[in-house]
Structures are given as C-alpha cells and as structure tokens.
Design a protein around this ligand. Structure first.
Ligand code: SF4
Length: 364
C-alpha cells in the first residue's frame, strides 16, 4: 500500500490511480464486514434515506433508531407525510431536538407530493431545491438511492479526509480553502461504481474507527494509506455555558382522568415555536422542599440545570409565570402533542407518560 500523496489533488498519474483503486477496495471490503445493521440501510427508497439523513443530522444513531421506526410506521410514504398535520409530525419528532428539521421535512414532502406528483428529483443539484435539503443531504440521497457519483461530506468524512491527506485544520490557506479541498478530495477518492456504499463506508469509518479524540488506527482499513495515523490536531470543543431553570409540574384528576398543565410556546419564538412545555416558575430560588426532580438538559452550547417543582392547582397563579396558551392535557393524549425535549424527559422520569405514538393513541 502507498500513502495518499499530500498533493493528490494535483496528480493524475497511474500510481495515484492505483493507490485510489486499492484504497476503495480496502474500504468497501471493510464496510462489507463491519457495517452496522441499521434500518435505513436495508432500503434504497429515497424517501426513507431522506428521513434518516435528516434525523441523523447532529443526532446520535442510538437516539434516532426508535424515532425513525415510529416515524416510518406513521408516515410510510412521502404522500402520508405531506398529508399529515404539522402537530402530528412534531409529536413524532419529539426527543430528537432541532425541530426546524421536522418542519422543513414536512414542507419539502408537500412540494414532492403536490408539485412533483410524488416523484423525488433524481440528482443532487435538483434535490437541493427542496426546503431543508443542503449539499450533505442531497449527496446522501442521490448517491445512496440513485447511484449518483457525488461525495457526502459531513463532520466524520471531513475528519477522515483531512487525516488521510495530512491536512491540518489550522491550514495556513484558511478554512474556506480547506473545506473546498476536502470536498474535492472526497470526490476524488469516491468509488464511482458504488458511490452510495462508499459514502456510507466513509461515514461509518469516521463514526466508529477514525474517532475525533482517539482514532483506532490499528483497526483502520486505510491505515496504510494514511498520512497522519491519528497525529492530527482536533478542533477544541466549544465551551458549554451553564444556566439554572425551574419549571412546575402541576397534575390534577379531571373529567378525562389525570391531566398535566402545559404551556404552548408562541409561534414567534426563535427556538421550538409551537411546542408544548411545562410552565415556568416565577421564582428561580424557591426552597428545595417542593422539588420533585432535578435534571440536566443540554441545548446547543448551554447546559441547563433544571429543578422541577410540584405545584398544586390552587397555587398556579401565584407561583407560575403567565403564558399565552395554557391547557390541561390528559396524560393519555401526551403522545399526540409536540413536546419539547425537556418536557418529554421530565414527564417520562416522573412516570406520568408512556408517550405513546400517534398511531397507538389513535388506536386506543
Ligand atoms: S489510520 Fe487512523 S487517522 Fe488515519 S484514517 Fe485510519 S483511523 Fe483515521
């Protein structure tokens, strides 16, 4: 095996072609034996690939797995998603965070179903015209579902390519040029005969072997081609801020059984508009005596240290912040509401909700 020449982008020699051919063969053979069995890898349905790729953005595979299967059970086709109410789509997205992704997916499904007669565009450049589909997602759908030879470049692939080529993230040529070179390089090494498998193999290698802090080079199928073998500077992690928060858990028994008090975030909120959450406490420094549970909840760069207070119905006006829209929600209907991740986490921990899927609740 030969290392990838540092300047391979400028080379078109037979030896560079031979190296690339061998690299592709090694990576695909490794992927064939080591790929994780994930539900979206058992299909080439472009809609299924699309849903999975949107869910996987900034979200761990373990978190996506149960939500993906629920989502596909409820919305098995682009038409079923297009015809769904937004609240039902958000309810099934609950727990995945970054709800804008769900709204854009829903919007794009309407374009495909109603303007494109249910047929997805076949090439990456046209897929990018759909709401919420950028370079990464369009390349993933086009290569995996339609066999277009276009490289997917996510954070994992970027890291693998930089390490293979020996390009530092502190490159003197600047971040913009580095990003362009990484994309060119990813397309150069892509196997044009099996672009979908090759892209998934690169992502899998970055996710399971070429890890950000401790790359497992001894198990890497590309070790013989790699310029750095792990000696690659990693970007410092963004520093997390801490913030205290306090919410109220108010439960009563009403005409429809046990109910919990929830507030709906207004549509003009920049974060999670329209989602349902627990009411906020007026006083962050209330005594610990009525704290039902404490949770840590991370949203983007902030760690929230949240205290959940038990509040009685008769004390609501005194201790809870006012809200635009507030409702008593029967526990058995919680699964049909788009809940914020924090509300979902608290209701589950307080054993107030099984958070059944839309279909399960509808069947009940
Ligand atoms: S040899 Fe190590 S650094 Fe190089 S690609 Fe493989 S895991 Fe990453």
């Amino acid at each position: 095996m030969a290392q990838l020449p540092f300047n391979i982008l400028d080379q078109d020699s037979d030896s560079a072609s031979g190296t690339l051919h061998e690299l592709r063969r090694c990576l695909l053979a490794w992927y064939g034996h080591n790929r994780r069995d994930l539900p979206w890898r058992r299909t080439a349905d472009p809609y299924a690939v699309w849903v999975s790729e949107i869910m996987l953005q900034q979200t761990r595979v373990a978190a996506v797995l149960p939500r993906y299967e629920d989502f596909m059970r409820n919305f098995p086709s682009v038409e079923s998603l297009a015809n769904a109410a937004e609240a039902d789509v958000l309810a099934l997205w609950s727990g995945l965070g970054y709800y804008r992704r769900a709204r854009m997916l829903h919007k794009a499904a309407k374009v495909v179903a109603f303007e494109y007669r249910g047929v997805m565009p076949l090439v990456a450049a046209e897929l990018r015209a759909l709401p919420g589909i950028g370079a990464y997602t369009s390349a993933a759908i086009a290569s995996i579902a339609f066999g277009e030879a276009v490289a997917v470049v996510d954070g994992n692939v970027e890291r693998v390519v930089q390490r293979l080529a020996g390009w530092g993230s502190e490159s003197a040529s600047g971040q913009a040029k580095l990003a362009r070179d990484v994309e060119l390089m990813a397309n150069r090494i892509l196997d044009p005969g099996r672009p979908g498998d090759f892209n998934q193999a690169m992502m899998e290698l970055g996710a399971t072997v070429c890890l950000p802090r401790n790359p497992n080079c001894l198990l890497c199928p590309l070790e013989g081609f790699c310029q750095t073998r792990g000696e690659h500077p990693t970007r410092p992690r963004a520093k997390m801020r801490s913030q205290d928060a306090a919410y109220a858990l108010v439960v009563r028994t009403g005409s429809k059984g046990r109910e919990v008090l929830l507030d709906q975030r207004s549509d003009d909120q920049s974060v999670m508009p329209g989602m349902w959450e627990l009411p906020g406490m007026r006083d962050l420094a209330r005594p610990n005596a009525d704290v039902r549970l404490s949770v840590r909840h991370a949203i983007m760069q902030v760690n929230y240290y949240v205290r959940i207070h038990t509040v009685f119905e008769e004390d609501v006006d005194e201790v809870i912040l006012p809200a635009g829209r507030r409702c008593w929600v029967p526990l058995k209907q919680l699964g049909t509401l788009p809940l914020t991740g924090l509300a979902r986490k608290v209701l589950l921990r307080a054993k107030l909700a099984e958070l059944a899927t839309v279909a399960e609740v509808a069947d009940a």
